[in-house]
Design a binder for this molecule. Structure first.
Ligand code: NAP
Length: 244
């Protein structure tokens, strides 16, 4: 046993929103397992969590066989996972007429199929504990149907329906399943958007600023905590009011 704290697994914890979530949950006294796809990312997570409050774990959500091996091994050696935050995600933006099938498939695989596969590995343990908290990181894009994001928006909308189905199926086992849908948050994911588009976007945000990763992390922390024990199957929007 690595810890007697509740274990929280956060995918894509090497940077951006995932890193902020890992930090916040470790401060809230969870033992955080933060995943990254590279050894450098794993080191970053380890340094942040200093082994007291968690560890970094090498995990590519697109590698089904390796993921199965890693998660099963982790659970056998360290105990069941109480909290799952499906945060890892990618964009491969393009207008529909130019979007390649490869970009469609990659986004479907990384953003959507991965949460099916990972939940399959972790939910049985939650069922046997009669406790579980799952938070899936969706996006405002799934609600607005942002131009240039037909692939990404589809995955983010589907995550919401997936979460509701699981919430229905797992509620009787004291497992809650919710989504957080961020708007424009300043991370690597949004860093390459051109300034003109960014300014246009800003005009439509009632709070007139972009969001911070920590503002998403706080809501995830709320959803897995005692104060949210009667909340399941819902989505909390963290978007400065751009979608209400
Ligand atoms: P980011 O800075 O680009 O970070 C993405 C994270 O996902 C990284 O940790 C990356 O790991 C991980 N990842 C990518 N492909 C992976 C794979 N195949 N297997 C495992 N991990 C993988 O993005 P972010 O802005 O923090 O976004 C985090 C989540 O929030 C995403 O689901 C995104 O769709 C959602 N979101 C973001 C915004 C925004 O404005 N930023 C808005 C709405 C929703 P490596 O570093 O190891 O590659």
């Amino acid at each position: 046993m690595i810890t007697d704290k509740k274990i929280a697994l956060v995918t894509g914890a090497s940077r951006g929103i995932g890193l902020a979530i890992a930090k916040r949950l470790s401060q809230a006294n969870y033992f955080v397992v933060g995943t990254a796809t590279t050894p450098e990312g794993v080191n970053r997570v380890c340094n942040l969590l200093d082994n007291q409050n968690g560890i970094g774990l090498l995990l590519n959500v697109n590698d089904k066989i390796e993921m199965e091996k890693t998660i099963k091994e982790f659970i056998t050696n360290n105990g069941k996972i109480s909290v799952l935050v499906n945060n890892a995600g990618v964009v491969r933006d393009n207008l529909f007429l130019r979007m390649r099938e490869k970009d469609w498939d990659e986004v479907m695989q990384t953003n959507l199929k991965s949460i099916f596969l990972l939940s399959k590995l972790i939910v049985p343990g939650m069922v046997s504990m009669r406790f579980g908290r799952i938070v899936n990181i969706s996006s405002v894009s799934g609600f607005l149907g942002t131009a240039g994001q037909a692939n990404y928006a589809s995955t983010k909308a589907a995550m919401v329906a997936f979460s509701k189905s699981l919430a229905n199926e797992l509620g009787s086992r004291n497992i809650t399943v919710n989504c957080v849908a961020p708007g424009f948050i300043e991370t690597d994911l949004t860093a390459n958007i051109n300034d003109q588009v960014k300014l246009e976007y800003l005009k439509n945000i009632p709070l007139r600023r972009y969001g911070k990763a920590e503002e998403v992390a706080g809501v995830v922390n709320f959803l897995i905590g005692e104060d949210a024990s009667y909340i399941t199957g819902t989505t909390i929007h963290v978007n400065g009011g751009i979608y209400m």
